[in-house]
Write a protein that binds this ligand. Sequence first.
Ligand code: PMP
Length: 415
Amino acid sequence: MSDSPIWHPFTQHGLGEPIPLVTHASGAALYTADGRRIVDAISSWWVTTHGHAHPRIAAAIADQAARLDQIIFAGWTHQPALDVAEGLRAIMPPALTRVFFSDSGSTAVEVALKMALGYWLHRGTPRHRILVLEHGYHGDTIGAMSIGARGAFNRAYEPLLFDVATIPFPAEGAEQVTLDALAAALADDPAALIIEPLIVGAGGMLTYPPHVLATMRRMCADAGVLFIADEVMTGWGRTGTLLACEQAGVVPDILCLSKGLTGGAVPLAVTMASEPIYQAHYAADRARMFFHSSSYTANPIACAAAAANLAIWREEPVMGRIKTLVERQRVRLSALANVPGVANARQIGTIAAVDLPGGEVGYLSDRSPRLLAFFRERDLLLRPLGTTVYVMPPYCIDDGDLDEVYAAIGEAAGL
Ligand code: PMP
């Protein structure tokens, strides 16, 4: 039993796993109270893009905290929020004209679903059905779980989850099955399709090609069904482009962003919407306003961090760093792919993943805690999804650290 009253997320306290105390972080490294330097190979749950404690983001947070810490966002505004909205408008697809703030990836997704249903209701043709992609993950609130894969993550809550229509994942060679299922589902007049573009993350780091994404988007447009891209994981350069959708020439009707929006320093999310979705809510009638808020909507300190992140994207060679990291991962992954016990090596942009089959598969595989412990002993923050081990580092990780990460995964394959 731990002495701390803290109940950690996705942690089985009954296993007594050690919970390291982290005191500070810099770049791709975390430092613990007992003097260890840990390589953060998963960007602290996929959020840290430029590196931990980036001086520009840290300074923006400190400055804003002393100036204006919090202001209700219903009917009030502030400069950092205006800067973030303008900054996003300058780099995101022009059709996404409106920016709605919230606090996490899950809430960005909840907002997207509510916008979609509001759009249909206010047009006078209510629709409720949501189409989803198999193996999807969109967060852990009830709505976000409802549109995600059912299984170990949410078995206890399943009676509360609403029904969705699930389109099979476009596995290699079976893309047409996906498209046929989508065509059939679109005929039932759903409200929207929500997808993770090019790679489903928590569902196992499974990739699919841009042409399938492009076709799915075109089919939704032809059927007049809203297309929601959840770029909470894939956004901010993770797949090698600012948005994964770019690689398919796709512009969604609604876009969810979080994680790297603040460079990974503080929580913030946005849901960007196209003009027709905003206009469907726009009226002199108060009953048609968008009924979503949280106390900290567009918190100024979080917005200041996001504005600093946007400035980094504008002024520093972020895309160059990403391109280099993509190559450095590619070289190491192709070597790892030849190690016995390593299967299904795959990469999209800065994200690389392998499966270490053998024994039980799935998230609750017994092998998973053993792998976690092995990596922890090596001072590496790697958190396998079942027997899938993935690397999603901050863009500033150096060669030495990457070498250690890949060497450890190679060794783990023999465990
Ligand atoms: N969507 C996707 C694609 C995600 O990967 C995640 C988080 N891993 C979420 C939504 C939920 O984000 P959050 O944990 O910030 O609520």
